[in-house]
Ligand binder design. Structure first.
Ligand code: FES
Length: 318
C-alpha cells in the first residue's frame, strides 16, 4: 500500500441501491471536515479482508461542495479479487476504513459548451457529482445510461427526479444505447464515457470515427485491460544498470515496485499517465489510453501499469 496521505473515515450509512450495488456514506473521524473534491473525483480505499489490504478506487458520487461526507457506490463482483465482495459482505455501519484524499483523473472540461455523459452500469457514479456540479452552475449536459433493467439501475430514482431529461436504456427491455446518440452534436461538445472496458473502447472509437477530436473524448477506467497470453520480459534500468524480471502474471509497475524501484502511480489502469517511464531501447506493446497514437508510435515511453514489452527486453530511462 502506498501512503501519500491516509484519512480515516467511519461508515455512517449503507444503502442497498440495487441487488448488487451498495452505497456507503463515509464521515470523517477526529475532525468534521473532509478534503474538498471536484466533480469526477475518486478516492482509493484500503480495506482489509482476510488479512489482505485491498486497494480499490471508487468515484465520489455526492455533491462536490460537500465537506462532511463522502459517498461511494460499489457493485459487487463475485468473480473479482475480493475487494467489492469484501465491502458488501464484511463492512458494517460503524466500521472505520482508511482512504486516500480525493484525486481527479476525470474532470469536467472547462472549455466544453455541452457535456454528453455515457454510462453503463456502475459507470454512472462519476456522473452523479458531475451533473450536480453542472446543475449548480447552469451548465448544459445530457445523460445516456445503460443498465440491465430498472431494478438493476443504480440511482435511477434520484436521476429521474433530479434530471428528468435523462435517457435510460434497459437491455432486458430490448433498449440499446448506441453511438447514434452522438449524431448531430454541436461544436464544443465533450463526451464522457464510463463503464466496462469494452463499452469505453467501443464508444471512444465511435466518437472518434464520428469526428470528435480526441481532446473532447474523456473516459474513466478503474480496471486495467487484461492482456491475452502475457509473456515475461526483462527490463534494464539504464542509470543504475539493474535488471528487473517482469513475470507473465505481473505488470511492469508491480515488478519495479517489488524490486524497490520508486515509481509514481495513481490509477493503475492506464488512464492517468502518472506512471509514464522513458524507453531507451526495445519495442513497447502499448495497452494504455493515455498516450496519443503519435506518442505510441514514437516508442519513447511506456505506461508501466498496463503496457508491456513487445519482445524480450526493454531498456528504461531509470
Ligand atoms: S498509474 Fe495511471 S496510467 Fe499508470
Amino acid at each position: 500500500m502506498r501512503h501519500d496521505a491516509i484519512l480515516t473515515v467511519r461508515v455512517a450509512q449503507i444503502h442497498q441501491e440495487t441487488p448488487v450495488v451498495k452505497r456507503f456514506t463515509l464521515v470523517p473521524v477526529g475532525t468534521d471536515r473532509l478534503p474538498p473534491f471536484s466533480a469526477g473525483a475518486h478516492i482509493t480505499t484500503y480495506a482489509a479482508f482476510d488479512g489482505r489490504v485491498l486497494e480499490r478506487n471508487y468515484s465520489l458520487c455526492n455533491h462536490p461542495g460537500t465537506r462532511n461526507v463522502y459517498e461511494i457506490a460499489i457493485r459487487r463482483s463475485d468473480n473479482g479479487q475480493g475487494g467489492s465482495a469484501g465491502w458488501h459482505h464484511h463492512i458494517r455501519v460503524g466500521d472505520t476504513v482508511h482512504i486516500s484524499p480525493p484525486k481527479n483523473h476525470f474532470p469536467l472540461s472547462q472549455r466544453a459548451r455541452h457535456h454528453v455523459f455515457l454510462a453503463a452500469g456502475i459507470g454512472i457514479t462519476p456522473f452523479l457529482s458531475m451533473m450536480a456540479e453542472l446543475r449548480a452552475r447552469n451548465g448544459l449536459f445530457e445523460l445516456h445510461y445503460a443498465a440491465p433493467s430498472r431494478s438493476y439501475c443504480a440511482f435511477r430514482e434520484v436521476i429521474e427526479t433530479s434530471y428528468p431529461e435523462s435517457r435510460f436504456y434497459f437491455s432486458e427491455e430490448g433498449m440499446r444505447l448506441s453511438p447514434n446518440v452522438l449524431c448531430g452534436a454541436k461544436v464544443g461538445t465533450h463526451v464522457y464515457i464510463c463503464g466496462p472496458s469494452s463499452f469505453i473502447e467501443a464508444f471512444s472509437q465511435q466518437a472518434e470515427a464520428m469526428g470528435f477530436p480526441k481532446s473532447n473524448i474523456h473516459a474513466e477506467r478503474f480496471t486495467a485491460p487484461t492482456p491475452e497470453n502475457p509473456r515475461p520480459f526483462r527490463v534494464t534500468l539504464r542509470k543504475s544498470g539493474r535488471d528487473v524480471e517482469v513475470a507473465a502474471h505481473e505488470t511492469l509497475l508491480a515488478a519495479l515496485l517489488r524490486a524497490g524501484v520508486r515509481v509514481r502511480y495513481a490509477c493503475r489502469a492506464g488512464g492517468c499517465g502518472t506512471c509514464e517511464l522513458g524507453v531507451v531501447e526495445g519495442e513497447v506493446e502499448h495497452r494504455d489510453v493515455y498516450l496519443t497514437d503519435e506518442e505510441k508510435a514514437a516508442n519513447t515511453s511506456i505506461i508501466a501499469c498496463v503496457s508491456r514489452a513487445a519482445g524480450d527486453r526493454l531498456v528504461l530511462d531509470l
